[in-house]
Design a binder for this molecule. Structure first.
Ligand code: ARG
Length: 460
């Protein structure tokens, strides 16, 4: 059992089961890098407040910097018997600089420390996720480019509806992901890094000492959004977990989008559809049925959406009954946060590669596009152009389609006399021209085509 940060008041050791039950080091060690950055900034605050001599501050800063270097390389080894990462860092600092380390916690509490470290972690992960979203949007763009001009049936209620460009089908997913990027950006901007809350009531240090421009180790463009704000409401600063819930919510939405894409690809890759072929590197086999090439990757992405939602509901439920301010329940916010970030990060990486390898079966798709029902709406517009009211035209084509189904005669094979029974405006030559996928998509002039797959949707 390692040294605690609060031992003084206690004369009895903690029960080993309580140690196990309350400890969070086994997951919050992932905050090491961010807690260390916060600690380095705190050293500067203490120096400004003359609570540390310049020589003490630089000694402490260097020791923390060395630990930070280790943490950013993944080489920070936490002591599993520490209560949490904040305790672990304190203990490691003491080993490195001796009694001077005992001054680091001046005007500080783990309550504000954990909020700061979690917020910094969330902001940095938001930047990384933004880049991953961009990659997937670009991969969808590349896939569209590689299949330029390919037309596919669009479905409503899973029934044949109308013909669309594949690039618009894929573009629909790109639109979702672009909105996700905007949501991510907005959520990250809403996370304010705050120092000076202490346990709940603020600290004796003048707020001016807390105003620091960007943590030292965060460089370049990133730095701008990482200013440290002096606390304006210390109670909220230690008890706010909205940033976790915002993140889990938008990650759930991203996961839902990836799940829908997965579902489309699962259906499209069935033998019944046969529209798309999964690359072998992104499929799996069956231990029993030798012929199988299964879309397990897509199924897992669909399944993970459930876990992402669970993590969101988990955090909402933990928070809903908490009185102000900090309560230990809030320690439980980290596992769902880390889990959802990990899930969405790997999904975005996998899908950026997977979509590039998708092969479309053009001849099978063309075969399906021969279904005349896909052009029924175009026939309605044709009659509308000839002055027939839309509802009347709709009914005419409806009856014609029913006749075609009942008699098993395609509309394009019907004689002019047959067509005349439905409307004298239905000219056979026109109808044959209209029952065509290219003519169909080209007739849709309401779509303003300025979709771009450039990165400009993120950041700014
Ligand atoms: N490990 C704790 C957490 O993640 C640190 C805060 C403990 N604070 C306290 N007052 N017991 O929330």
């Amino acid at each position: 059992m390692s040294k605690k940060m609060w031992g003084g008041r206690f004369s009895k050791p903690t029960h080993p089961l309580v140690e196990k039950f309350t400890g969070s080091i086994h997951y919050d060690h992932r905050l090491a890098e961010y807690d260390l950055l916060g600690s380095m900034i705190h050293v500067e605050v203490l120096r400004r407040a003359k609570l540390l001599k310049t020589s003490e501050a630089s000694k402490m800063y260097k020791a923390l910097e060395a630990l930070h270097k280790k943490a950013s390389k993944g080489a920070y080894v936490p002591d599993p018997s520490s209560e949490d990462i904040h305790t672990d860092i304190q203990n490691k600092l003491e080993k490195s600089v001796g009694a001077l380390a005992l001054k680091l916690h001046t005007a500080r509490s783990r309550n504000d420390q954990v909020a700061f470290a979690s917020k910094l972690y969330t902001k940095i992960k938001a930047v990384e996720l933004g880049a991953l979203l961009s990659n997937l949007i670009e991969a969808l763009g590349t896939l569209s480019e590689n299949n330029r001009g390919l037309l596919v049936p669009a479905f409503t209620h899973m029934q044949h509806a109308q013909v669309v460009y594949l690039k618009d089908y894929l573009g629909a997913y790109a639109e979702m992901l672009k909105r996700d990027a905007v949501r991510l950006d907005a959520a990250a901007k809403n996370v304010k890094l705050i120092m000076g809350a202490g346990a709940v009531a603020g600290t004796p240090i003048d707020s001016a000492k807390y105003e620091i421009k960007s943590p030292g180790r965060i460089s370049g463009a990133l730095a701008k959004s990482f200013d440290i704000h002096p606390v304006s409401n210390s109670i909220d600063a230690v008890s706010d977990r909205d940033f976790v819930i915002d993140m889990l919510s938008l990650l759930s939405i991203i996961g839902m989008h990836i799940s829908r894409l997965s579902e489309d690809l699962i259906i499209w890759s069935t033998k019944e559809f046969g529209f798309v072929e999964l690359d072998e590197a992104f499929a799996t086999g069956s231990s029993l049925m030798p012929q199988k090439k299964n879309p397990d990757v897509l199924e897992l992405a669909r399944g993970y959406a459930g876990r992402l939602y669970g993590n969101l509901v988990n955090s909402l439920t933990v928070m809903k009954g908490l009185p102000l301010s900090y309560n230990r329940d809030m320690q439980l916010d980290k596992e769902p946060l880390f889990d959802s970030i990990d899930i969405v990060s790997i999904e975005l990486k996998v899908f950026s590669e997977l979509v590039k390898t998708l092969g479309f079966n053009k001849s099978r798709i063309e075969e399906v596009l021969e279904d005349e029902s896909l052009y029924a709406t175009d026939l309605v517009y044709y009659l509308v152009d000839k002055g027939i009211p839309f509802r009347t035209a709709h009914s005419v084509v409806g009856r014609l389609a029913k006749h075609s189904i009942d008699s098993s005669i395609e509309i394009k094979s019907m004689s002019q006399a047959e067509l005349d029974k439905y409307s004298d405006k239905l000219l056979r030559a026109d109808i044959i021209r209209l029952l065509n996928p290219t003519v169909s998509v080209k007739s849709k002039r309401s779509i303003k085509r300025e979709i771009s797959y450039v990165k400009s949707h993120v950041g700014s």
